[in-house]
Structure formats: C-alpha cells, structure tokens
Design a protein. Structure first.
Length: 190
C-alpha cells in the first residue's frame, strides 16, 4: 500500500468501492439487526483492521474455494460487517482485500506485484505463494493450538500452495526461506 501511495496511485482515505465496486453498499450488524452501513469502507479502515471484517473459520481464506482474488473479494463484499467501518478494531481478512486492491491498481496479480516491487529487488528468490514437491520436503510443520486443533501439521488446510492457483491472499499463504527473510530484514534495517 505504501508503494502505491508514494506513487500517487491511491489515497488511504479512498473508498474501497473505488477499486472494487462490490464494496459500495455494505451492510452492518447492529443491535436491531442488519442495516445499510452509514460509513463507507476506506483503505485506511482495511489497513488498520477497523473494517468490521473478521476471520471466518476458513470460509474465505481458502485456495480450494478460490483461485483468484477477484471472486474472493466479490464474495466478501456480500458479508455483513460486524460494525460500522472505522468504529472498532477487529483483526480479520483485511490484508487479503487489500491484495485485491493492489491487483486492480497495479494491473498485475498480487504475487506479480510483490515479486516485481519487493522480492526481485531484494533477491528473495524463494518467496512465493506455491510449493514444489522439493519445497514441501523442507516445509516446516506448523504447530496449532486452538479450541479445535492441537498439534503439528504438514497439511496446510485451506491453503493448497498449488502453483496454478492465483488466490494470493495479502495476509496468508506466502512462504519464504530464512535467507530471503534475512534479506527483507536487512532492507528494513537499512
């Protein structure tokens, strides 16, 4: 988002509907039921997790269901917001929606955008949204400890890491190597 902002391609106060029209007439949950939101959803709301979109137990962040961010964003826009945009904080799927905004503005899929703008300049050759067979042999198992799952897993659940899937979510699914992450950290340090 900062790259797009610095180039004058977006403003943080822009309505999300400027880039993804389906986000125009959103609905909110209230004490008296569902109503048309009074506030427009902005990029800033997404960037600060104040949009009203939660995580949905694998319902949306799912490369088995989606193979691109266009259909993902279209489905998300149909969901009721938990509250008026900007009124509260709720960690959720905001970064994935911003990934779609980056696609629309840059005219590249989100991975191509990241690769061109960040990964290639930093020589991050092993950072991607897919895993090859040999990558999977070296993939670190994830330890999960929540109400329903406890233990290590090599089953990436709703993220397929399939090279042909173009659902490049902004907040999940990106894999990297220690060397690549070191390059990224060195860039931040510099």
């Amino acid at each position: 988002m900062m790259i797009l902002h610095e180039r004058g391609l977006i403003n943080f106060e822009d309505k999300v509907s400027k880039y993804i029209p389906e986000f125009k007439d959103l609905t909110c949950k209230g004490d008296d039921g569902i109503y048309k939101c009074k506030e427009d959803l902005t990029l800033f709301h997404l960037m600060t997790h104040r949009s009203g979109y939660p995580y949905y137990d694998g319902l949306f962040i799912n490369t088995l269901k989606y193979d691109n961010l266009k259909y993902f964003a279209s489905d998300v826009a149909k969901q009721h917001l938990e509250f008026e945009p900007g009124s509260k904080y709720l960690y959720g799927i905001n970064m994935a929606i911003l990934g779609r905004v980056a696609e629309v503005v840059s005219k590249k899929n989100f991975y191509e955008f990241l690769k061109h703008e960040i990964f290639d300049p930093l020589n991050m050759e092993g950072t991607k949204f897919h895993l090859t067979a040999s990558d999977r042999e070296n993939f670190q198992p994830l330890y999960i400890n929540n109400e329903t799952i406890k233990g290590f897993t090599n089953d990436q659940d709703e993220l397929s890491y399939d090279i042909n899937n173009k659902a490049y979510f902004g907040g999940e699914g990106l894999v990297s190597t220690l060397n690549d992450f070191s390059n990224f950290c060195q860039m931040l340090l510099n």
